[in-house]
Write a protein that binds this ligand. Structure first.
Ligand code: ATP
Length: 350
């Protein structure tokens, strides 16, 4: 069992808290993404788990055992760095087997394991090449293979795909996810790319300014963001200020938007609040009396696969996205109806 338990973990650099009281439980065998903007403390948290930094406070347990004072090289974790840190003077096989060499494993056994790992990352037959003879994607896979060489208890990756172009990156996201599923190794990946986190993770940990903002499955985080930061960081969200009158309604000026009690999990009625609703859950109607709100169309953008329509309702600009087939017959300047799809919005504390 390699469950990772992080409890009230803090890392101070002087008086600055890079990681500030983080508590999170990472289940055995799960794929977890640490997600957040630059400087939010993701890499520091990963390095704390790896043992490359000392905790200032809190506890770190792996498989129920206190790991705070176990040095990095004794943790038996695999690591892939953003820079990959492959050795240019070594062959592919030597790079992959390097962690085994450090552990005193013999040459024949090391080579056998390197060849086995190359099969696993779908690069058979390149064991004798040098690193400069590989493409970016191949280097990435070699770094992943090296991270897995010791059959790690926990696999840690810091922005492992950030150097790849968009297509290869998406392809590698799927491969990495499948590889992790097959091996069942508890995996923690740092990324600042919300799409990447959403497409790979069982659990996403959203961080901002050293603190955890929300922990949940990708769908939970997208559908039920805990606050405005998460709502905005995970995809696009409309944030509409208003007032929660009861557990079943949200008022925007005179208009009432019906809610379900699940929509307002984060707020106690009555109070001022913000309605968070995804663009795909806003439907524009050419008839201004349809829907809970009405406003003026300010912008229309046809992106081929989708159409984006912006409508100004009082002082808020609301974005709606639909498919070209669903596109309503509206033009810039028209007064239109705005329907917030019931059961798809979340009310956040203002
Ligand atoms: P990025 O996506 O840009 O890598 P991150 O979320 O991984 O960002 P960290 O690298 O964990 O962020 O850094 C968190 C904060 O801690 C930043 O403000 C950074 O400047 C600071 N920090 C990190 N390492 C040190 C250090 N060794 N000494 C002082 N401050 C540091």
């Amino acid at each position: 069992m390699t469950q990772v338990q992080i409890e009230n973990v803090t890392k101070m650099y002087g008086s600055f808290a890079a990681v500030d009281g983080v508590s999170v439980d990472i289940p055995d065998g799960s794929f977890v993404c640490l997600l957040g903007p630059s400087g939010c403390g993701k890499t520091t948290l990963l390095r704390l788990v790896a043992g490359l930094e000392d905790l200032t406070g809190g506890t770190l347990k792996v498989g129920g055992e206190d790991y705070a004072h176990i040095p990095a090289h004794k943790r038996e974790f695999g690591m892939v760095f953003q820079s990959l840190a492959l050795f240019p003077h070594l062959t592919v096989a030597e790079n992959i087997a390097y962690p085994l060499k450090v552990r005193g494993i013999g040459a024949a056994q090391r080579r056998k394991r390197a060849i086995e790992l190359l099969e696993l990352v779908k690069l058979p037959g390149i064991e004798d090449r040098h690193i400069h003879q590989l493409s970016g994607g191949q280097r990435q896979r070699v770094a992943i293979a090296r991270g897995l060489a010791i059959d790690p208890k926990v696999f840690l990756l810091d922005e492992p795909l950030s150097a790849l172009d968009a297509n290869l990156r998406e392809h590698m996201q799927i491969e990495l996810r499948q590889l992790q599923k097959n091996l069942g190794v508890t995996t923690i990946v740092v990324t600042h790319d919300q799409r990447e986190a959403m497409s790979m993770a069982d659990i996403v940990i959203v961080m901002e300014a050293g603190k955890v903002q929300q922990v949940g499955t990708p769908v939970e985080i997208y559908r039920n963001p805990a606050n405005a930061f998460v709502a905005n960081f995970i995809g696009v969200s409309n944030l509409i200020p208003g007032y929660v009158g009861s557990t079943t309604n949200f008022k925007v000026h005179d208009a009432v938007i019906s809610l379900t009690p699940e929509d307002i999990l984060h707020v106690e009625a009555p109070s001022n609040a913000t309605l968070s609703v995804r663009p795909e859950d806003v439907v524009i109607h050419s008839d201004k009396s349809v829907g809970q709100l009405s406003g003026e169309v300010t912008f229309i953008r046809d992106l081929g696969a989708s159409v984006e329509i912006l409508v100004r309702v009082s002082d808020v600009e609301i974005t709606s996205v639909c498919t070209p087939k669903q596109r309503p017959d509206v033009q810039i300047g028209n007064i239109v109806g705005v329907e917030i799809v019931t059961g798809r919005a979340t009310v956040l504390a203002s």
